[in-house]
Design a protein. Structure first.
Lengths: 552, 287
């Protein structure tokens, strides 16, 4: 096989808003052979997308290539004028973005957008391109390949749109396709199908690929080689199996260790008092006009019941749209339940939080997924943490200051951080502050809504460890909502599986060893990528089952 | 040179804690100067405001009359100095009242929502539908022209716009998770508005205040022109322009200097708002 891409000592600088110049890519070198798929893996800020975009000769605004060369198919990209590079994009190298929904123009049909590349380059007559597009749709296992192109982007599902954007990238017969986290935004059952489609098309066409991702398990299924990046430097490079089984670099080992948080089997605690902390009984909630029985027109939750024992954790898993976040909002009273009851510590809670007592509000705290929007960017960390202390406990002056320091210690953050604002913290630090605010209230139950979803693997694992530690010290209970089944299992004693607003089943360690019994739960659990090569190829799922449940 | 700058600056910044832009500082000085002029006008004006000092009208700039004379032969410099009282005083007071009440109502409506929001929005929309000059005409004609009536009239006219602007911004901030967190904590309306929402919208709101200030200066001068604003022989700057507009063909300074006064004040207000001192929050220096 001949060499398709040669990157030599690539250096890229970026200018921050404050005018400081930071070197974000520090002398990266690697090669890609023809027909080979190479994964760039690393945490956010490791420079993986920057490198991938530079393979197309594109640097984002504010960034500047200061050294090194990128040679693509014998041509040095940096030396070419922009017009020549533009001619190569789409025909020699193409790009599949993370968010296909944002990459498609909602005002044009899918087919027009897929063949647009060909029209721009004039490489093929349009009718021919349309025929080729249909072939690609078929190869990518899209439903109704003949007619799907006539639809508009909002008329297909997220997983289909992601495959359509791959079709858009492949139509110009590129030699190299860059995938920028193409499955990160998809549900696991959808991800399996999309990965399969990508893999078979790439193999068949002998196309080389760069697969940018932070998810090692996904990468293990599709890549021939893995390049581990951190802080703009290559930490380790090797064949996929070698990286997974014999990692040399300490950072790679850390990454692998963090990937599957150990589900430490807790000793089954004998609960002295049997009264559960939280009981949710037959809750119905939704949006829209209410009918004669007082039920909303669009029901997001349908008769959901669950209970959570004191000092235990309950996980809720399900795919997007299953109602798991709505359940958290209903329990917190943000979206009042139309029917059913919620008991905290044996006391019934009003459906609407406005009519709850202050003690009830204090005992039940919610931590949101995105710390970026959950922390007021205009307040300092000290103000953010100080407010619940003053509000619930009437603390002021020195006591409050001392307690803020204590809270920062609890979430393992340095004390001087209190003078900073959220915008000056990293994602993991922000999530810790988010958690500390819930702790400031001295809550009994913390609703964690996807709190690790926006974080890098290593950072998320540290947050999970912190949750466990805090639980040991403070006798807290968590209701842990996530789409990441492995994370939920690492934290929770029991797991509730939800599908389309209904509870499918509640998995308990003492029943069936905590393994799922219902068809949907089995499908969901089997779709979670495993950290070994060949998992995807060996995965046998019942196609009937897949068709019935997966929202593709 | 850049080396010497970067080595001296951090030390100075650290002491103040704020980064003051030179443009902002200059504008602040201009506004302060006009405010002082407004207060001390009788002490510094060379002539009383209504005194006809020369029978030759529309005189050009001379040592005796640094800004010439107007259409009646009055000293323009004195009239501008006295006019500052009306223009600066009335406009600043009116714009403050309009923005404070508009923004407060807007944030309240956004947070409470529902019927309160709809009722208030429709009421203020109805107010917008009345042409501002006619509304001013009716109000001033009904109550009589005085400084306080003028100020309140101008404020009332500009409340709906300010309300709309603030509400639109506040609705966006209100949807953020941190506001939800504050609500679920059980916070009262006042705290949510003051601590959670206002800091997020204060930038655009101040920019809006600057723009609104200019509108108020202009409306005030139109009212004066109609005889409803500042009563002669006193005049605000807009009125000075209008009463001397006939001298434009004679290139009379009586038109130019009030214009410069208006421009210097309104541009300064806007540039000051765009260049307010910023608290320095650079991580590399803050740690």
């Amino acid at each position: 096989m001949s060499r398709l891409v040669e990157v030599r000592d690539l250096r890229i600088e970026a200018r921050t808003d404050a005018g400081r110049v930071v070197e974000i890519i520090r002398g990266v070198s690697f090669d890609i052979d023809e027909g080979e798929i190479v994964a760039l893996i690393g945490e956010s800020g490791s420079g993986k997308t920057t490198i991938a975009l530079d393979l197309m000769g594109y640097t984002r605004p504010g960034c500047r290539v200061t050294g090194g060369t990128v040679t693509l198919d014998g041509v040095e990209m940096g030396a070419l004028p922009e017009s020549r590079r533009a001619a190569m994009r789409g025909s020699l190298v193409s790009y599949v973005p993370q968010s296909a929904a944002a990459a498609f123009n909602p005002a044009h049909t899918i087919m027009d957008q897929v063949v647009e590349v060909v029209r721009i380059h004039g490489s093929m007559p349009i009718p021919e391109a349309r025929v080729k597009a249909v072939e690609l749709f078929r190869a990518l296992a899209l439903p109704n390949p003949e007619t799907i192109g006539e639809r508009y982007p909002h008329q297909v599902s997220g997983g289909q749109l992601q495959r359509l954007s791959a079709a858009m990238a492949l139509i110009g017969d590129p030699k190299l396709v860059i995938f920028d986290e193409p499955t990160t935004a998809l549900d696991v059952t959808t991800q399996v199908e999309v990965l399969r489609a990508f893999k078979s098309v790439m193999r068949k066409g002998g196309i080389a690929g760069v697969y940018v991702s932070h998810d090692l398990a996904v990468v293990a299924q599709i890549a021939d080689r893995i390049i581990v990046l951190r802080h703009g430097e290559v930490r380790e490079e090797g064949r996929t199996a070698d990286i997974l089984e014999r990692p040399q670099n300490p950072y790679t080992r850390e990454l692998l260790a963090a990937f599957r948080p150990s589900a430490a089997p807790r000793p089954p605690r004998v609960d002295r008092d049997d009264a559960p902390l939280l009981v949710v009984r037959d809750v119905v909630a939704g949006y829209g006009k209410t009918d004669a029985q007082g039920l909303p027109a669009l029901r997001i939750l349908k008769d959901v019941s669950l209970s959570l024992a004191r000092g235990r954790n309950l996980g809720i898993v399900g795919e997007s749209g299953c109602g798991k976040s709505t359940l958290a909002r209903v329990i917190a009273g943000i979206l009042p339940a139309a029917k059913g009851e919620i008991l905290l510590d044996g006391r019934p809670l009003a459906a609407d939080f406005r009519r709850r007592r202050r003690e009830d509000l204090r005992d039940l705290q919610i931590v949101f997924q995105s710390a970026d929007t959950a922390l007021n960017p205009h307040q300092s960390i000290g103000e953010i943490l100080g407010r619940p202390l003053a509000f619930y406990h009437g603390m002021g002056g020195r006591t409050r200051e001392a307690r803020i320091d204590q809270l920062l210690d609890m979430v393992r953050l340095p004390r001087p951080l209190r003078h900073r604002r959220p915008g000056e913290l990293s994602g993991g630090q922000k999530q810790r502050i988010n958690l500390a605010r819930a702790l400031a209230a001295d809550a009994k139950l913390i609703l964690c809504d996807e709190i690790t979803s926006a974080l890098d693997t290593v950072v998320a694992a540290a947050i999970i460890d912190l949750l466990k530690e805090l639980q040991r010290e403070l006798s807290l209970s968590y209701l842990f909502i996530s789409h990441d089944i492995e994370t939920v299992r690492a934290v929770c004693d029991e797991v509730v599986v939800m599908y389309k607003g209904e509870k499918v089943e509640q998995l308990r360690p003492d029943v069936n060893g905590g393994e799922p019994t219902q068809p949907y739960s089995r499908l969901l659990f089997s779709s979670v990528p495993q950290l070994r090569t060949g998992w995807l190829d060996g995965l046998a799922q019942d196609p009937e089952l897949t068709r019935a449940f997966a929202q593709r | 040179m850049s080396v010497s700058l970067s080595s001296t600056r951090p030390a100075r910044r650290w002491r103040i804690g704020y980064r003051i832009s030179p443009v902002g500082a200059i504008c602040f000085v201009v506004i302060l100067a006009w405010a002082l002029v407004a207060i001390f006008a009788p002490l510094i004006a060379p002539h009383p405001v209504g005194e006809i000092v020369d029978f030759d009208f529309f005189q050009s700039v001379s040592a005796q009359y640094p800004m010439g004379t107007d259409y009646l032969g009055r000293d323009v410099l004195s009239r501008i100095l006295f006019g500052a009282r009306y223009t600066v005083g009335i406009s600043l007071a009116a714009v403050t009242i309009a923005c404070v009440s508009g923004v407060t109502l807007g944030m309240t409506a956004a947070v409470i929502g529902g019927v309160f929001d709809s009722a208030l929005s429709r009421f203020l929309d109805a107010l917008t539908s009345i042409p501002s000059k006619i509304l001013a005409l009716v109000l001033v004609a009904a109550v009589g022209s005085s400084i306080s009536v003028l100020t309140l009239t101008l404020a009332v006219i500009y409340i709906p716009g300010s309300y709309r602007f603030a509400r639109a911004l506040a609705v966006n901030v209100n949807a953020m998770d941190y506001v939800t967190v504050a609500r679920v904590r059980g916070e009262r309306l006042g705290h949510i508005i003051r601590a959670e929402i206002l800091p997020g919208i204060v930038g655009p709101v101040l920019a809006d205040l600057g723009l609104r200030f200019v509108f108020i200066v202009l409306l005030l001068s139109s009212l004066s022109f109609l005889g409803l604003g500042v009563q002669p022989p006193n005049a605000d700057w807009g009125a000075l322009v209008k009463e001397n507009i006939g001298g434009l063909s004679l290139a009379a300074p009586a038109v130019i200097f009030p214009l410069i006064a208006i421009a210097s004040l309104t541009i300064s207000v806007n540039l000051l708002i765009d260049n307010l001192p910023q608290k320095i929050r650079d991580r590399s220096e803050d740690a």
